[in-house]
Design a protein around this ligand. Structure first.
Ligand code: GLC
Ligand code: CA
Length: 512
């Protein structure tokens, strides 16, 4: 498998296209708006972009319900506008991943319309159908009574997202197809065509939605891993430079499947929320990081010590970090995010401490996620500089608080989170030990105690990271001599008698 070199030092910025920048005043963000802000993203120190789905869709799940994989959603622009965006990204030496949703389509997709017909046709087996209208596929929700065809169709997520058929690992019912049945194989080939189309158009790879979910009855993921290995072989042949990042959360499996990196998920067993989003988060100053470190270390060991789990500051599916972590502690949280292995992902707006907007009605299937998807706040002009539409035309209402943060005010304040993140990304860029592939060894992490300390290593370089978001001065045993500090927030650490002491609410990265 080809290594994709730029991933090693990548820092990603996640763009939710509908909420980033509206260039034509219709209330919805668009490709040209993103182009206007590429210099801003680059200046932040981000080298790559993950853009949420931007394809034609009825938008019942914000675009994760694709109606046409080959067509940019008109509200964002044309396919040519999207290619123009790729070009502008590349001109700046950056890269961009599209969001591939291979597990399901919208129920408005032409494949699904054909699949609902009683008369056999090339799409009859494109989705998972039982042979009895009253019997849903085991373990799945289903669409029933919506088709001329006899049968129930399994859904992957919301009811309007019928599950594409990649086969069952161990079929045990007549309607369950094997992975090498013609229908399952045709689905996979169709998805490769989609990838081919956008890679030829100039994107650099994909973030893959629910990558673990494709083959059914596949508890150990053996079938799904084999499926992705097939995709990997195709990419190695035709697009060896394409980068693949999975939403899977099990790097031992996803990396075997040929993904370069996997996301650390905020749900499941990761304990990510212990750090950022719970009643007493570790970075809030009164929580515990030890369960997170345990789960993280176990995952790393399972994947052969490869540091390729991407930790996000947030994303379009979770509450914003700013809800739980306040003031200078946000800087300490970013000193963590930007010194961990795997590529860090900064969710748009987190760099200025954008808030979770409470009390919104659900927009386009957002439900409680809607409050994390509000328009980006650029400046003090109307609509916070997001766009010139009437306020009631905005895709999602803006944060109405009079003191809402903006990019312009953050840029003007030397002590802002934004300016701190710029320092952090610059130092990360200069030190391979801090980047994706560098080793990590936790040197101090005790239940309910502070600080958290770990050493990052690559080649001859070793860097000690110390994070103390608590209000206490704390110490931990450490005998190696601390060298030059390459980043500090607050007072620097002091070393005496085999231990290191750090002041309350400080962070530091030290050469050792
Ligand atoms: C992923 C996406 C989420 C979407 C779901 C269904 O988890 O991140 O936003 O609703 O998949 O596609
Ligand atoms: Ca627009």
């Amino acid at each position: 498998m080809n290594e994709v070199k730029w991933l090693d030092s990548a820092v990603f910025y996640e763009i939710y296209p509908q909420s980033f920048k509206d260039s034509n005043g219709d209330g919805i963000g668009d490709f040209n708006g993103i182009i206007e802000k590429l210099d801003y993203i680059k200046d932040l120190g981000c080298t790559a972009i993950w853009m949420n789905p931007c394809f034609d869709s009825p938008f019942l799940d914000a675009g994760y319900d694709v109606r046409d994989y080959y067509k940019a959603a008109p509200r964002y622009g044309t396919n040519d506008d999207l290619k123009h965006l790729f070009g502008e990204v590349h001109k700046r030496g950056m890269h961009i991943l599209l969001d591939l949703v291979p597990g399901h389509t919208s129920w408005e997709h032409e494949w699904f319309r054909q699949s609902c017909k009683a008369a056999p046709n090339p799409y009859t087996d494109r989705y998972i159908w039982t042979d009895n209208t009253w019997e849903a596929p085991e373990g799945m929700n289903a669409l029933i009574g919506i088709s001329e065809r006899v049968g129930a169709c399994g859904v992957n997520f919301f009811s309007h997202q019928p599950a594409l058929n990649y086969g069952y690992y161990r079929p045990d019912k007549p309607w369950q197809q094997s992975m090498d049945s013609p229908g399952a194989k045709a689905t996979l080939e169709a998805m490769k065509d989609v990838m081919r189309f956008w890679l030829n158009a100039g994107c650099d790879g994909f973030r893959v939605d629910m990558a673990h979910s494709l083959v059914k009855h596949d508890e150990d993921s053996k079938g799904t891993i084999a499926l992705w290995q097939d995709v990997r072989a195709f990419l190695d042949r035709e697009f060896p430079d394409a980068a693949m990042v999975s939403e899977w959360g099990e790097p031992d499996r996803s990396l075997q499947g040929g993904f370069h990196m996997d996301f650390l998920l905020h749900f499941g067993p990761s304990h990510y929320n212990d750090l950022f989003r719970c009643e007493h988060p570790f970075f809030g100053g009164g929580g515990d990081a030890s369960e997170f470190v345990k789960a993280y270390t176990a995952n790393r060991e399972k994947s052969g010590g490869k540091g390729l789990m991407c930790i996000p500051s947030g994303n379009h599916d979770m509450t914003r970090l700013a809800k739980y972590i306040h003031g200078g502690r946000r800087k300490i949280a970013f000193a963590f995010l930007l010194s961990m292995p795997g590529a860090p992902f900064i969710y748009y707006g987190d760099e200025i401490g954008m808030r979770y907007v409470e009390g919104l009605y659900s927009v386009e299937g957002g439900y409680e996620r809607t409050g994390s998807r509000s328009p980006m706040q650029w400046d003090d002009t109307p609509n916070a500089g997001f766009g010139t539409s009437p306020a009631d035309k905005l895709y999602i209402p803006l944060d109405q608080s009079p003191d809402r943060p903006t990019v312009r005010s953050a840029q003007a304040d030397p002590d802002s989170l934004l300016n701190e993140i710029k320092k952090l990304t610059a130092v990360r860029a200069a030190h391979p030990a801090l980047q994706s592939r560098g080793d990590i060894e936790f040197v101090y992490c005790v239940k309910n105690e502070y600080p958290l300390a770990y050493v990052r290593k690559d080649g001859g370089e070793a860097i000690l990271v110390i994070l103390n978001p608590s209000d206490r001065e704390v110490s931990f045993p450490f005998t190696e001599a601390l060298g030059k500090s390459i980043y500090t927030y607050g007072a620097p650490a002091a070393q005496a008698n085999g231990s290191v002491t750090v002041k309350p609410q400080t962070a530091g990265w030290y050469l050792i």
